[in-house]
Design a protein around this ligand. Structure first.
Ligand code: 13P
Length: 297
């Protein structure tokens, strides 16, 4: 069922389990995610990026997610990932998103607060949650590329101030994880051996000062042990995209290599969707969200 994000993300879950926020861009990804949530009886967030909306078409993609979510026997919330365009946010709220992210993290602290407050005021009047980012999450995300620097990480005191000045509902923190897969700039090869490292002390310090649910972006590639620690520390939402895409991709390539004569897109795509579902189920289990998807009250 399609639910408001507040039905599945709340104070009761903090420290016990966390909700995966899976990115989707098409029918196959959406179905793989929904099947994983149903099989694990888990609540999940399905989120769209600006790029995904452009790729599939806004109304097309939102309709697919809503139809699949409504049919599901577990609670599913719809969220917009990184967005710096207030007009697009207004349209998405109109289309039924219960949560949106205004990402003004590329601006100065003061400008970030200013734009975030405008979005919060608009969204809260309509019962919609707002996520914002303080610090800068590494890697590539749609329009922005963030390279490196400890100074880009979220400062715990500033985070507390930011939350009270903006009245946001969830906070995306920069603590060392990164969007996407790191690539060697010289050879252009994917650095699969490079594990991301979360600054766990910083995360704990932020948790002590910030009482609203925290969001860890770039959760793909973070070792399971660190993810579990982050759940216990109180991260309530984990954004996951790349690991689903990699699983899909690998299965797709293997299938095509093994069966040179298939040409029916359904036969080409089905094993890839299954692989994506398996990967999503693994993530749900690591976050301890299995069997937490009872019908919300
Ligand atoms: P990954 O692609 O690293 O999983 O990150 C996804 C994300 O944080 C989307 O906002």
């Amino acid at each position: 069922m399609l639910v408001h994000i507040g039905k599945i993300v709340n104070k009761r879950i903090i420290g016990k389990y966390a909700i995966p926020a899976f990115n989707t861009q098409d029918l196959e990804m959406t179905q793989g995610i929904v099947r994983a949530a149903e099989k694990q009886k888990a609540p999940v967030i399905i989120q769209t990026s600006v790029g995904a909306l452009e790729y599939a078409g806004m109304e097309e993609l939102v309709s697919i997610i809503k139809i699949e979510a409504r049919k599901a026997r577990v609670p599913i919330a719809l969220h917009q990932d990184h967005c710096h365009d207030f007009n697009l946010i207004k349209k998405l709220i109109n289309l039924g998103y219960s949560s949106v992210m205004i990402d003004a993290s590329h601006l100065t602290y003061k400008e970030n607060v200013k734009l975030t407050r405008v979005v919060v005021s608009y969204a809260h009047k309509r019962g919609v949650w707002v996520q914002a980012e303080l610090g800068r999450i590494l890697g590539n995300e749609d329009w922005q590329k963030v390279k490196s620097g400890k100074d880009l990480m979220t400062d715990p005191d500033e985070a507390a101030r930011f939350v009270s000045e903006t009245r946001i509902d969830t906070l995306a923190v920069a603590v060392g994880s990164m969007h996407g897969i790191p690539v060697n700039p010289k050879t252009k090869k994917v650095l699969t051996t490079l594990k991301e490292h979360i600054d766990l002390e910083r995360l704990q310090a932020i948790r002590r000062k910030v009482k609203i649910p925290l969001v860890l972006h770039g959760a793909s590639g973070v070792p399971d042990q660190q993810i579990r620690f982050a759940v216990r520390t109180g991260v309530a939402i984990f954004n996951i995209d790349t690991d689903l895409r990699v699983a899909f991709n690998r299965a797709l390539r293997e299938n095509l290599k093994k069966h040179l004569s298939i040409y029916d897109p359904r036969k080409i795509l089905a094993p890839a969707t299954d692989a994506l579902q398996d990967e999503a189920e693994k993530k749900i289990k690591i976050l301890k969200a299995s069997n937490k998807g009872r019908r919300p009250d």
